[in-house]
Design a protein around this ligand. Sequence first.
Ligand SMILES: Nc1nc2c(ncn2[C@@H]2O[C@H](COP(=O)(O)OP(=O)(O)OP(=O)(O)O)[C@@H](O)[C@H]2O)c(=O)[nH]1
Ligand SMILES: [Mg+2]
Length: 287
Amino acid sequence: MTKTLRKITEILPQIDAVCDIRDARAPGYSENSALLEVTQGRPRLIVLNKRDLADERETAAWSEHFRALGFAVLTCDSQSGRGTADFKPKLEALLSEKIAAKKLKGQTGMTLRVMVMGIPNSGKSSFINRVAGRRAAEAQDRPGVTRGGKWVTAGTGSAGIGFELYDTPGVLPPKIAPPERAEVLAFCGSVRDEVTDTEAIASRLMLFLWKNYRGNLSERYKLGENAELDELEPLRLIAERRGFLQRGGGYDAERAAVVLLDEFRAGLLGKITVQLCPSKPGRQENA
Ligand SMILES: Nc1nc2c(ncn2[C@@H]2O[C@H](COP(=O)(O)OP(=O)(O)OP(=O)(O)O)[C@@H](O)[C@H]2O)c(=O)[nH]1
Ligand SMILES: [Mg+2]
């Protein structure tokens, strides 16, 4: 964390803008306050990535929320590439004054340097690869893949403006509060599973889904109309439906927990947002 912050501070004078990659399933909680502090005052584009996994209505509400706060916002899916083509035009719009000033000075061969940052596993490296149009940065399905920093040349935008993106390691804030935030980040796989209690996290996810996305849950696990959730043993329902039962009425909660988390993260439960937008007018729970 400190090492990354030091590196970021070191290259800060070279950059024109910051690209703040959030997980569209938890757009507020996936913010990194420490990184934002270091890069304060820099033009910033908020990217809601993994939009293919998130509830579309919530993503629209969160985009509005950030726009109302004065931020430029891009929503995209860096796995398929949907939405990433808007990055260069958005950045050029964000930096239009700077670009115009450089043009006035007769500067040609202009390059915009953008630092891409965010919490672990939010899709920074995947996003860079999409914008660059090649696999320039390593991306994997676990947090902590990118180490050190790396400049990636990413082609040109309109009028021959060049783009260079700086890939940074994911950084978590030193203190993750409130407790619900830590849970939500664990749902999304931004916290290493080894440091979290899988059963506890999956139980919390189950309770959230039961309350807010019961239809998705019922469909995936064929819960039936009369299913009831035992709040003290929320994973029992999944264990029963999947046959993870033990002799004497027990069940394999650990196995049910792993299934739920894996399937949620893979998008098999459908498009779900685990941090609902606070400012969505007239929201109704879809329970
Ligand atoms: N479904 C979906 N998966 C994505 C998207 N973007 C990235 N991923 C996946 O998320 C995982 C993490 O992606 P990375 O690009 O390595 O994330 P990162 O932010 O660079 O991660 P660190 O370097 O570990 O901080 C990979 O399995 C990607 O394929 C997206 O928009 N949609
Ligand atoms: Mg990375």
